[in-house]
Write a protein that binds this ligand. Structure first.
Ligand SMILES: Nc1ncnc2c1ncn2[C@@H]1O[C@H](COP(=O)(O)OP(=O)(O)OP(=O)(O)O)[C@@H](O)[C@H]1O
Ligand SMILES: [Mg+2]
Length: 250
């Protein structure tokens, strides 16, 4: 069976800076993968290239065996990609419920979905029910009709993640979801990510600097350093790797 995601020979340079330098790795099964490495290692750029926000200089990207380098962001999203951003993006003035519903529209999920939301009352109700259920999963149901400004920063991050889930992705890329999230909400976030992974068989690729968080969540860790993959393995293997300790964990 094809890997969910497989990249090979990926390179992306900005002028003289090679942000992603001959990167190859695969997500073979719907597990929870961590992507770690020092500031400037190229993690966000790698996400941007995988999602189609940046075009690679060279290399291949396959999703379930299908080459997708030529596809645009929304075309990749329709295949089953979602991502969140390092700087939290929510629609501050909109209600939390609408934020989740807009998550679907933003992905331009195709005529069926949009028609469902705009014309078909039953489908619209189903989408609202699903959106409320997602808010419940992160304990935000009581904010459904409140604007996102009513939320703490950590709660907004949770809202951003549930907003991208309404499109039912197969692969979810999260860029530093734990950043700025307080310890209590971190537990909610960890439990929630485990739960959606288990219930929906979503593959997760998570960039994170919070080592305690990612090492306790991911079953496999990929380490980037200076644009390249420095190491890959289980959290225990990566923690014990002298190259990783020297470049990042030391
Ligand atoms: N649009 C851009 N134009 C020019 N240089 C860029 C651009 N985006 C990223 N870079 C550079 O590419 C390198 C990798 O940056 P990137 O943001 O991918 O790192 P990162 O691993 O996500 O770091 P952090 O952990 O700080 O978020 C850095 O040297 C950065 O300055
Ligand atoms: Mg980054």
């Amino acid at each position: 069976m094809s890997a969910i995601l497989e990249v090979a020979g990926l390179r992306k340079a900005f002028g003289g800076i090679v942000a992603v330098d001959d990167v190859a790795f695969a997500i073979d099964q719907p597990g929870i993968y961590g992507l770690i490495g020092p500031n400037g290692a190229g993690k966000t750029t790698l996400f941007d290239v995988i999602c189609g926000r940046q075009m690679p200089d060279t290399g291949t990207i396959a999703f379930e065996g299908r080459p997708i380098e030529a596809l645009r962001v929304h075309q990749r999203a329709r295949l089953g990609f979602s991502r969140t951003f390092q700087e939290c993006r929510v629609l501050a003035e909109e209600t939390c419920l609408d934020n989740v519903l807009f998550g679907a529209q933003d992905k331009r999920l195709g005529p069926e979905w949009m028609q469902g939301l705009t014309r078909n009352t039953a489908a619209r109700e189903a989408a609202r029910t699903e959106a409320r259920r997602l808010l419940e999963l992160v304990n935000l149901e009581r904010y459904a009709d409140a604007p996102a400004t009513a939320l703490s920063y950590g709660q907004r991050r949770l809202l951003e993640i549930v907003s991208v889930l309404i499109s039912r992705p197969k692969l979810l890329l999260l860029d530093e979801p734990a950043s700025g999230v307080n310890p209590t909400l971190l537990n909610t976030l960890r439990d929630f990510l485990r739960r959606i992974h288990e219930e929906r068989r979503i593959a997760l690729l998570i960039v994170e600097h919070n080592m305690e968080f990612i090492m306790s969540l991911a079953s496999r860790i990929v380490v980037m350093h200076q644009g390249q993959i420095l190491a890959q393995g289980t959290p225990a293997e990566v923690r014990a790797d002298p190259r990783v300790i020297e470049a990042y964990l030391g």
